[in-house]
Design a protein around this ligand. Structure first.
Ligand code: FE2
Length: 374
């Protein structure tokens, strides 16, 4: 009996505890302007800055926040830096999906022992507000995960950064936290990276979508979703599948040049209010034709929201055994057709909107057609 109890304990213990997403860092060509875009269009507030004025010579970083979401926008001030090269090669994109941990040393060492490659060694930085410990590992493409320990830090973000406030009036749009963060990887890469998250961070495989689930007349992709022990971190990993025309994943890889982050899904408690504000602020969304709304209630059943209002805002609906969800996707937020956002409101549903895949991918194909990349 005692063995059985111990074994059970062992299998339910989280072997890699993560508290959530600490920040998402983008390398961009012009952080000053990108920062204003996120403030004006997405309602983020500026909270911190690092650059020459704070004694940091080579790059600038703007830290933006909305509820539990923190974005860091970093640009280089020199032509030959790692950041400059990253931006020249990939365009603006996500460099770091940083994960908040209680003990960075344990997280980093465990990950490396389990086979992760070091991106940045373990370090400790401090100022009068305390100490931050962190270390980074490599994941798909040139993307990294930094493990951030901030339990002994009381400052606004990190040592080296100064508190800043927005110079414009900020109207938050109700974005709460990062729901999931999706990676696009090369053909054949999906299982490799699923195994990486399973082996290195003890993630569990949550869902598998094959090319029959995610295909239109022309294009297809495959996807597997992995999630950490407490379910706060969810990473769907996509790879292209064979179709008559070029899939959106191939288009992404053509433009980003390597695997990378495709979309960040952010949650809201009131998607109608959030999307109304985002549209007013000039955020562009993918268009799904009105015919979608003619049959959607037959598929998803009763919902609390007014269908006309959802149709007006072009918000999509899906249901699983736990409830339903509302979601919408922006167009890419930089010049290359790479990173975009999903706005999601979960009303019980824990899935990812499988019922909308077809309508959504047809919408993406229309955009690809305009770009001449289908
Ligand atoms: Fe998503």
């Amino acid at each position: 009996m005692s063995t059985l109890t111990q074994e059970k304990k062992e299998t339910t213990r989280d072997s890699f505890p993560l508290n959530g997403t600490d920040y998402v860092e983008f390398y961009v060509g012009n952080a000053k302007q990108a920062s204003l875009y996120y403030q004006a269009c997405f309602g983020y507030k500026l909270i911190a800055y690092r650059g020459p004025e704070t004694g940091y010579r080579d790059s600038v970083s703007y830290v933006l926040e909305q509820n539990k979401i923190r974005l860091v926008l970093t640009a280089s001030l020199t032509p030959d830096s790692e950041i400059s090269k990253h931006v020249a090669y990939h365009g603006d994109g996500v460099k770091d999906v940083a994960l908040w941990v209680d003990d960075a040393e344990i997280a980093f060492n465990t990950a490396v022992q389990r086979g992760a490659e070091v991106a940045r060694p373990l370090s400790q930085i401090e100022d009068e507000d305390g100490v931050i410990k962190m270390g980074s590992i490599k994941t798909y493409g040139e993307t990294i995960h930094t493990f951030v320990e901030r339990k002994n830090y009381n400052g606004v973000f990190m040592p080296g950064f100064q508190a800043r406030t927005s110079s414009r009036k900020i109207d938050p749009v109700g974005l709460n936290f990062v729901d999931h963060c999706v990676g696009n990887v090369e053909l054949g890469g999906m299982n490799k990276w699923v195994k990486f998250y399973q082996d290195v961070m003890g993630f569990k495989l949550l869902i598998t979508f094959d090319d029959k689930d995610i295909s239109t007349e022309y294009t297809a992709l495959m996807s597997k979703v992995v999630s950490n022990g407490n379910g706060y971190i969810k990473f769907p990993i996509n790879e292209p599948a064979k179709g008559l025309k070029k899939s959106q994943i191939e288009e992404y890889l053509d433009f980003y040049k390597t695997a990378g982050v495709q979309h960040i899904a952010v949650s809201t408690d009131n998607i109608i209010d959030t999307v109304s504000k985002l549209r007013e602020n000039g955020v562009d969304f993918l268009y799904v034709p009105e015919v979608y709304y003619e049959t959607v209630l037959e598929r998803v059943g009763q919902i609390d929201e007014d269908l006309e209002e959802l149709k007006k805002l072009n918000i999509l609906i899906d249901r699983d055994e736990d409830g339903y969800l509302l979601q919408i996707f922006t167009k890419p937020v930089q010049d290359r057709p790479t990173v975009f956002y999903e706005i999601i409101q979960r009303k019980g549903a824990q899935s990812f909107g499988k019922g909308n895949f077809k309508a959504l991918f047809e919408a993406i194909e229309r955009e690809q057609e305009l770009r001449g990349t289908l």
